[in-house]
Design a binder for this molecule. Sequence first.
Ligand SMILES: [Ca+2]
Ligand SMILES: [Ca+2]
Ligand SMILES: [Ca+2]
Ligand SMILES: [Ca+2]
Length: 182
Amino acid sequence: MALSELQKRKLKVEFQSYDLDGDGAINQDDFEGLAAQIARVTGIKSGASEYEQLKSEYQKHWNELKKIADSDGNDEVSLDEWYKYSESIINDQKQFDQYVIDSTSRLVELIDTDNDGKLTLENYKRFFTAYGLGASEEEAIFKKLDTNGDGFVTKEEVLKLVREFYLSQDENAPGNWILGQF
Ligand SMILES: [Ca+2]
Ligand SMILES: [Ca+2]
Ligand SMILES: [Ca+2]
Ligand SMILES: [Ca+2]
């Protein structure tokens, strides 16, 4: 199924979150920058073994994205290429699990620094800071994502929200907000 306008709006926000330097394309530099930003907000020191691991994970993520999404082979992923890539993984459960669910789970583990499987507003703010997302809105967004209002968003809830982000055709689905205004 082709992407709807709502899906394109959401996916554009995700594209922009990866395009860290805002030059309109995603490339290796953006991923290196994101790894450095995640390290900074989670207190991983440059030179530590966790830092090397983090860098290699983001490198691997970029290599996988490039392999599937960079269809003209210019070492960058344009917005059009991103839409095509997203459409193909949305329509392929196995790829969706591999590229979206696995990387989201890992990101939750990284920002959940006390490792209890629950994200707080503070954790969420760190993620927003690292990915250069809308700074002032986190509190309101977190409230939308914390659908049972207990002050936490668990990893399971994040994965449900991420599925909504990609798949939901409902303007009011809470998961639409996972990366902020769309
Ligand atoms: Ca870029
Ligand atoms: Ca390209
Ligand atoms: Ca936690
Ligand atoms: Ca909750």
